[in-house]
Every structure is written in C-alpha cells, then in structure tokens.
Design a protein around this ligand. Structure first.
Ligand SMILES: C[S@@+](CC[C@H](N)C(=O)[O-])C[C@H]1O[C@@H](n2cnc3c(N)ncnc32)[C@H](O)[C@@H]1O
Length: 123
C-alpha cells in the first residue's frame, strides 16, 4: 500500500502538478496570469488551454473571454483536471470545458476551431 502510494506520488505528472499548484500563489504575485494573456484575449473568443494543469491560466482565460466565450481546458493528468473541475464548480464558471486528454487529440472541440491556443510549458 505504501509502496503503491509512493509510486503514484512520484509519477512525473503528479509531482509537476503538485509543484505548480504550490507555486501558484507566488507566481500570482510576480507574474499574474491576467497580465500575460491580456494582449491576446478578447471577450467572446474561444480558447484552448493545452496542458492547463489545475487551471492557473484557464480561470483567467475564462474571465477574459467572458460568458459569451469558451475555454477548452485540456490536460493529460486526470488529477489536475479533477482539481480544476472543483474550482470551476466552486467559482460558478459556465464557460470552461475541462478534458482529460492529450493535446494531440482535440476532437471534442466544436468545429475543430478556436480563436487562440494557449500552451504554456506544455511538454
Ligand atoms: C508544467 S505544467 C504547466 C501548467 C500550466 N500550463 C501553467 O503554465 O501553469 C505542464 C502540464 O502540461 C500537461 N501536459 C504535458 N504534456 C501534455 C500533453 N501532451 N497533452 C496534455 N497535457 C500535457 C502536464 O500534465 C502538466 O499538467
């Protein structure tokens, strides 16, 4: 049981996801997500956030595109997406669709078309 837990903890994606989540409050001070995305995102746009993790940028993107827009938040790490889904529910976001998927497989995107692709530190 402990061995299984340790193995899971050290899966690269899980470690990365935990590290990023812990870093987010610090990142928010020095590099607020809104500042990075502001020049590119407009109200009503459809955006794909590839490798969204737990949504540091996806939530800011959703705020920027507004209720008429949409954010497809995509990450291959199921745990990260579950955390994001909780944030989406808690924050009452209706314009985020979160998917556990590889960035190479985006066939759930309507008309296979977005206005902007955001992919920060995607491997
Ligand atoms: C370093 S984190 C960056 C998270 C976020 N983009 C940010 O800037 O805060 C990279 C994320 O990309 C995801 N990822 C890496 N390669 C991926 C791929 N091919 N498809 C989907 N997600 C991927 C990982 O699971 C991880 O959550």
């Amino acid at each position: 049981m402990i061995q299984k837990l340790m193995r899971k903890l050290w899966e690269a994606d899980t470690v990365l996801s935990v590290v990023f989540t812990l870093l987010y409050p610090i990142m928010r001070i020095f590099s607020p997500p809104e500042k990075l995305i502001k020049p590119y995102i407009r109200n009503g746009q459809v955006v794909a956030d590839l490798g969204c993790a737990t949504g540091y940028y996806a939530l800011a993107l959703a705020d920027s595109v507004g209720p008429e827009g949409k954010v497809y938040a995509v990450d291959k790490n199921k745990k990260s997406i579950r955390v994001l889904e909780k944030k989406v529910e808690k924050g009452g976001y209706r314009n985020i669709e979160a998917y556990v998927s590889s960035a190479a497989d985006l066939n759930f995107i309507k008309d296979r078309s977005v206005d902007f692709v955001f992919a920060n530190t995607l491997l």
